[in-house]
Design a protein around this ligand. Structure first.
Ligand SMILES: Cc1cc2nc3c(=O)[nH]c(=O)nc-3n(C[C@H](O)[C@H](O)[C@H](O)COP(=O)(O)O)c2cc1C
Length: 296
């Protein structure tokens, strides 16, 4: 494709530098303050944005954080196995930035902010009252990546929110929480943010109807495989209970997984075992059903 002739933007390759994720490359991120205790019980707080959900199934909800190896927070987590992720509101950016300063080990950064510490529910480090959403964590795994950095996989012990927020529809919850979205920094000194106050909503529609051109040989193989799988009445009934929009996907996944395990038919028992294995609980199915019932 001739980009110039088609009036498309011209591209250039840029160097991958240290801190690539925060200089050229725009990588909007969740802004958090992680609170911990050191081995002597002293409170510590630090600003952290290298954070991502790791496991979306609610049976084992886990979250991943990235740390500079020598940060007090990382050391405390290694020593005590507990931490709290507090999400500040955009209105308290100044205080959040204070916790990003390089205070000496043993100092409680929160003492230099207007934040209020409150007891957490499931872990010993305190939570921050002014933060509308909070996750209390214990350590699942620690990955020492190299001498400069590491990852912590946290088990979520509790999600705590300002009363009433969880019940709000997203369109109201986003501006009510008004969370800062980190947009990176310049020279590790000037930090950029936007907020969840002004948001737009787009509805995701179904794809248009179309047939994908079969790859030579693959269609026959797939047809042969599809024919080989039979569903007994109980399995079929369970599949009928899955929301219509997801049935094809679930059918494919169940058949694929069972076929790989050497099964030739889908029975109610096998389906149930798989559902449990994948965390497809009644509670989850109820959520899908409720979503499907919600009028547009
Ligand atoms: C908005 C913001 C996000 C930050 N995110 C991270 C991060 O994800 N990982 C990290 O190691 N440091 C991050 N930092 C730097 C730490 O906050 C800084 O090193 C701080 O001194 C750490 O405090 P601590 O040593 O008490 O843990 C961030 C700083 C700011 C201001």
């Amino acid at each position: 494709m001739d980009t110039q002739a088609n009036n498309l933007p011209e591209k250039e390759e840029v160097r991958i530098r240290p801190f690539w994720y925060s200089d050229y490359w725009i990588f909007p991120k969740l802004i958090t303050i992680v609170t911990t205790l050191d081995k002597h019980g002293r409170i510590n707080a630090g600003a952290y944005s290298h954070i991502m959900q790791h496991d979306v199934m609610h049976k084992t909800p886990r979250i991943l954080l990235g740390f500079r190896n020598t940060s007090d927070t990382f050391n405390n987590i290694r020593q005590t196995g507990e931490f709290v992720i507090n999400c500040p509101s955009y209105d308290t950016l100044e205080d959040m930035m204070e916790t990003g300063r390089f205070y000496p080990e043993g100092a409680n950064e929160l003492d230099y902010t207007n934040y209020t510490m409150i007891p957490s529910r499931k872990v010993k480090p305190p939570s921050i009252a002014e933060c509308p959403q909070i996750i209390e964590c214990t350590v699942d795994k620690i990955y020492e990546l190299d001498r400069t950095q590491g990852h912590v996989l946290g088990k979520m012990e509790a999600i705590v929110m300002d009363k009433g927020l969880a019940a709000l529809p997203r369109a109201e919850r986003l501006p009510a929480m008004n969370l800062p979205v980190g947009l990176g920094d310049e020279k590790r000194k000037y930090y950029f943010y936007t907020s969840t106050h002004d948001v737009v909503m787009h509805e995701l529609g179904d794809p248009p109807d179309f047939e994908v051109e079969p790859v030579a040989g693959e269609a026959e193989e797939e047809a042969a495989e599809a024919e080989a799988m039979e569903w007994d009445a109980q399995a079929q009934e369970m599949l009928n209970g899955v929301p219509k929009a997801l049935q094809k996907m679930v059918r494919g996944q169940v058949e694929g997984t069972l076929r790989d395990r050497g099964e030739t038919a889908v029975t109610g028992k096998l389906f149930e075992e798989l559902a449990r294995e994948f965390g497809l609980s009644e509670e989850l199915l109820d959520r899908y059903r409720a979503d499907a019932d919600t009028p547009a």
